[in-house]
Design a binder for this molecule. Structure first.
Ligand SMILES: [Zn+2]
Length: 448
C-alpha cells in the first residue's frame, strides 16, 4: 500500500521532466536538421543525433550511434532494461530531420526555438521534435530516478523520415535489425493529439493505420517529328489525356475497419451521424480533422510532375508524368486494376516508391494503457483509433513484425488547426501540451 502511494507521488511530480521537455524541444529546433530529400544537401542530422546521445549519456544511458548508409545521417539507439525480460520490448521512435522552412514567410525564425506566447515555435515543433523532447525528458527522468519499466524500452532517434527513411529507419531495419531485437510494439508520431468533439469533450486520436504511399512514373512513347506537321502520334497529347483522366477520377469509397471504428466512436461521443449515402458530406462536418479523415475514405492519385520536350517546334518521342498515389489497406491489387483501366494499354507505369499500407487493431494491453494514461490526465476524454493518410517510419518498423501506433500525446486548444501546422508556416506547439504529453508519456511508459 505504502509502496503504491510512493509510486503515485513519484508520478505526480513530473515538473522537472516537464520543464526539460520544453527546453529540449526548443534546443532541438535550434539544430537545423533540414531534409531536402537530396542527400547532398541534407544538414544537421548528425548534430541532432549527437545532441540526443549526449543528453542520454549524461544520465547514464549506453547509446549506439549509427550512420545509416551515408556520412552524417546520424541515428541514436538506447535501451532501458525492464522488469520482465520475457516480454517483448516497446520501441519508442522518432525522427530527427525536418522539412525545409523559408524564414521569410515566418513570424519568428523557424530555427529559433523561441518560447513565447505559450508556444514553442519553429520547424519541427509538431513534426516531431516535440515528441523527441518529451521522450528524452521522460527517458532521462526514468534513469535518474531508477525507474524500471515493466518491459524493455528501446529509444530510437532516426534520420531521414521526411524522405522516406532510406537513410534512416529503413536502413536500420535492413542493416541493423539487432538494435530492435525483441521489440513487439512501437509508438511514434501523428497520433495521441486531442480534437475537441463537442464543448469541452476531447478525443485523442491514436494512429492504428496508415495508407500506402505509391509514387508512380507514367511514360508514353510516340513518334518524334516536326512541330509544324500534321502528327497523329504525339506522346505529350496522349500522356496528358491519361493524366487528366487519372486526376479527375474518384476512386470508390471503402470503409476500412480503422475508419469505421473512428466514425462509430465519434457518433457515440457526439451523437453526430454519418450518412452512409453521403459520407463525404458528413465527414466534412468534422471541422479541422475533416481533411485528414476525408483522405482515408478512398484511394487517391494526384498527378504532381510532368516532363516532356526540349524545343517548341520538336514533337518529343517520350513524355513522362509522376503521380502521388495513396492506397488504403487491402486495396493495392484492386487499385492497380483500376489504374490500368484508366490509363489504357499505351501508358507504361512503374513505381518509384511503393510502401504498403499498414494497419493494426485498436485493442490489447498497450492500447488500454494509452487510454488509462490519457484519461488519468484528462478525465472524461476518450481515445479513438484513426488512419493516417500519410506515412511514417512505422512502414519500416512494421516489417520487423512490430505493431506500430501513433501516440505522441498532446492536449490541444479546441481552436488550433493542428494538421495545418505539419510542414506549415509558423509551426508551433503549445507549452501546456508538451507538459501534458510528458505526464501522459511518463504514466504510459511506467505501465505498458
Ligand atoms: Zn514526422
Amino acid at each position: 500500500m505504502s509502496e503504491q502511494r510512493s509510486v503515485l507521488a513519484e508520478i505526480q511530480d513530473t515538473s522537472v521532466a516537464e520543464d526539460e521537455a520544453v527546453s529540449l524541444t526548443s534546443e532541438l529546433i535550434r539544430i537545423d536538421s533540414t531534409n531536402t530529400g537530396d542527400p547532398a544537401t541534407v544538414v544537421g542530422e548528425r548534430a541532432a543525433a549527437e545532441y540526443v546521445a549526449e543528453k542520454l549519456a549524461e544520465v547514464g544511458y549506453e547509446t549506439t550511434y549509427v550512420e545509416s548508409g551515408a556520412k552524417g545521417r546520424g541515428n541514436v539507439v538506447a535501451r532501458l532494461a525492464g522488469a520482465d525480460p520475457s516480454r517483448g520490448a516497446l520501441l519508442v521512435h522518432g525522427h530527427l530531420d525536418v522539412v525545409p522552412a523559408d524564414a521569410s514567410e515566418w513570424s519568428v525564425h523557424p530555427f529559433s526555438g523561441a518560447v513565447q506566447d505559450g508556444y514553442v515555435w519553429g520547424r519541427g515543433a509538431v513534426d516531431m521534435k516535440d515528441m523527441l523532447g518529451m521522450t528524452l525528458a521522460t527517458a532521462r527522468r526514468f534513469k535518474r530516478d531508477g525507474v524500471v519499466p515493466p518491459r524493455d524500452i528501446i529509444f530510437a532517434f532516426v534520420a531521414d523520415e521526411e524522405a522516406g527513411g532510406e537513410y534512416g529507419a529503413q536502413w536500420l531495419v535492413d542493416n541493423r535489425p539487432e538494435l530492435f531485437e525483441g521489440a513487439t510494439e512501437a509508438i511514434s508520431e501523428v497520433g495521441g493529439f486531442s480534437i475537441t468533439v463537442k464543448d469541452g469533450v476531447r478525443a485523442y486520436l491514436i494512429e492504428t493505420a496508415e495508407k500506402g504511399i505509391a509514387w508512380m512514373r507514367l511514360r508514353v512513347r510516340g513518334r518524334a517529328g516536326h512541330g509544324s506537321m500534321v502528327h497523329e502520334d504525339n506522346a505529350v497529347t496522349r500522356l496528358t489525356q491519361a493524366v487528366a483522366r487519372l486526376g479527375a477520377h474518384r476512386f470508390p469509397l471503402v470503409l476500412t475497419d480503422s475508419v469505421r471504428e473512428f466514425l462509430a466512436a465519434v457518433t457515440e461521443l457526439t451523437g453526430m451521424e454519418f450518412d452512409p449515402e453521403d459520407l463525404d458530406g458528413s465527414v466534412a462536418k468534422l471541422g479541422a480533422v475533416a481533411r485528414m479523415v476525408g483522405a482515408t475514405l478512398r484511394d487517391t492519385a494526384n498527378p504532381t510532375m510532368l516532363t516532356a520536350g526540349y524545343k517548341a517546334n520538336v514533337i518529343p518521342s517520350v513524355a513522362e508524368a509522376v503521380v502521388d498515389c495513396r492506397v488504403l489497406p487491402g486495396r493495392q491489387e484492386a487499385f492497380e486494376r483500376e489504374l490500368d483501366e484508366l490509363l489504357g494499354p499505351d501508358v507504361e507505369r512503374e513505381w518509384i516508391a511503393n510502401l504498403p499500407a499498414v494497419e493494426t487493431t485498436f485493442d490489447g494491453h498497450l492500447v488500454d494503457m494509452m487510454t488509462a494514461a490519457v484519461t488519468a490526465e484528462d478525465p472524461g476524454a476518450a481515445t479513438l483509433p484513426y488512419m493516417l493518410s500519410g506515412g511514417t517510419d512505422a512502414k519500416s518498423f512494421h516489417t520487423l513484425g512490430i505493431r506500430c501506433f501513433g501516440f505522441a500525446p498532446l492536449r490541444l486548444p479546441a481552436d488550433l488547426d493542428f494538421s495545418a501546422l505539419f510542414h506549415g508556416v509558423d509551426e508551433r506547439v503549445p507549452v501546456d501540451a508538451l507538459r501534458f504529453g510528458t505526464r501522459v508519456l511518463d504514466r504510459f511508459l511506467r505501465s505498458s
